[in-house]
Ligand binder design. Structure first.
Ligand code: PLP
Length: 389
């Protein structure tokens, strides 16, 4: 991308002046055009709520879903908007209806809140605690990762829950292979995908998973409070809706699973409706450009981190394994204190994470980030690590 285009896109994100924001992966700032779209929906809603809810809302919801479904390679009737990945995962936990004999298998890279959801679901069903598959400390190939995951599978395994891109370690999992192998063994798969849409191609129907859950504020650039739940057709008649309301507004009544998610009580749906603006923005930037640019910066960050510490990351240096988030190990030490010091002393927002006894840093690289910011991080990190020793 040339300098002029970079400058144009960068204006979409207004980051507070005092901050070097390298944590798009946790909470992503909303782009200007998407915020404007959301505000336009809110203005329409608040100016005449009756007209909006009764005559406008459902059609707008259906149209926004259609656009999103196209992007995700999903039939629209397999998809609903939902607040975030957490809400979606709770629906999956209610829908799967575990029995005392069932086992749920996760990996040791899964998101903490997701693990809690499955711990509770297993306890409520009187089943054993979820099984955690230990992945190799150094991941060399998709085959090796999939083998390690399936080592934890037994004839009682009912469900696998795997990230598409992990949170703590920023690894892109070979979800296609995982789904293929699970299908052969008759095991359901729920893919936990908040980091994936935008960062990597997502083609959900082709993937062959049973469920896919995601928040859309991260790399898809939609407003905070937008996400989706994908349910494969085999599960449609079993979906349980923990948040039961009208489903559809009268005179309609819900007939199909997804209709229960159109009206979930009176709420502001502007975040859902503005997902179309996020998609348009990604298309204007160009998905390939977005991925190439952000990966190039993440690769630079990873290289500089390795140079600083001499420690090798857990995954190969390839876009097959990471896109826009660089993850690299750090020498042992207090992860929280280091993250705090980077903020308190340098105004850098970047997560320092302790995972499986290894301290590491995860650097998110978006279009609004640049090499200067990465260099600044490296200088500050060097100073803080020197203080520790
Ligand atoms: C892998 C993964 N799963 C689930 C979640 C939960 O997402 P949310 O808090 O948007 O519901 C996150 C949040 O960052 C995540 O990274």
């Amino acid at each position: 991308m040339d300098a002029a285009s970079t400058a144009t896109w960068r204006r979409e994100w207004v980051i507070r002046e005092d901050t070097t924001y390298l944590n798009h992966g946790s909470f992503a700032p909303t782009p200007h055009s998407v915020r404007e779209s959301q505000l336009a929906w809110q203005r329409e809603l608040t100016a005449q709520p009756m007209d909006f809810y009764l005559r406008r809302y459902e059609q707008a919801w259906l149209e926004a879903r259609q656009q999103l479904a196209g992007f995700l390679g999903a039939a629209a009737e397999n998809l609903v908007f939902i607040e975030n990945a957490t809400a979606a995962m709770n629906v999956v936990a209610a829908t799967v209806r575990l029995t005392p004999d069932d086992e749920v298998v996760l990996t040791d890279h899964e998101y903490g809140a997701v693990c809690r959801i499955w711990q509770r679901a297993c306890r409520q069903a009187g089943a054993a605690e979820p099984v955690t598959a230990q992945l190799p400390a150094r991941i060399e190939s998709a085959e090796q990762l999939v083998d390690a995951l399936f080592t934890a599978v037994t004839p009682r395994t009912r469900l696998l829950v795997v990230s598409h891109i992990t949170s703590a370690t920023a690894v892109t999992f070979p979800v296609e292979r995982i789904c293929q192998q699970a299908q052969r063994r008759g095991i359901a798969v729920c893919v936990d995908g908040p980091h994936a849409p935008g960062q990597v191609p997502v083609s959900v129907d082709a993937l062959g998973c049973d469920f896919y859950t995601a928040s859309l504020h991260k790399w898809f650039s939609a407003p905070l409070g937008s996400g989706f739940l994908y349910v494969a057709s085999a599960w449609h008649d079993r979906v349980v809706t923990p948040l039961l309301s009208w489903g559809r507004l009268e005179p309609q009544t819900p007939q199909r699973w997804w209709e229960e998610f159109v009206w979930t009580g009176t709420r502001d749906p502007s975040a859902y409706l503005a997902t179309t603006a996020a998609l348009e923005l990604l298309q204007r930037v160009g998905l390939d450009t977005f991925r190439t640019e952000t990966h190039e910066l993440a690769r630079y960050a990873r290289g500089r981190l390795v140079e600083l510490t001499g420690l090798q990351p857990a995954i190969p240096d390839s876009p097959d394994w990471y896109t826009a988030m660089a993850h690299a190990p750090l020498p042992p030490g207090d992860a929280d204190a280091l993250q705090r010091a980077l903020w308190d002393r340098h105004r850098i927002e970047v997560p320092v994470i302790e995972h499986n006894g290894q301290r590491a840093i995860r650097v998110s690289c978006h279009l609004y980030n640049d090499r200067q910011q990465v260099d600044y991080l490296i200088d500050c990190l060097q100073a803080r690590l020197a203080d520790e020793s």
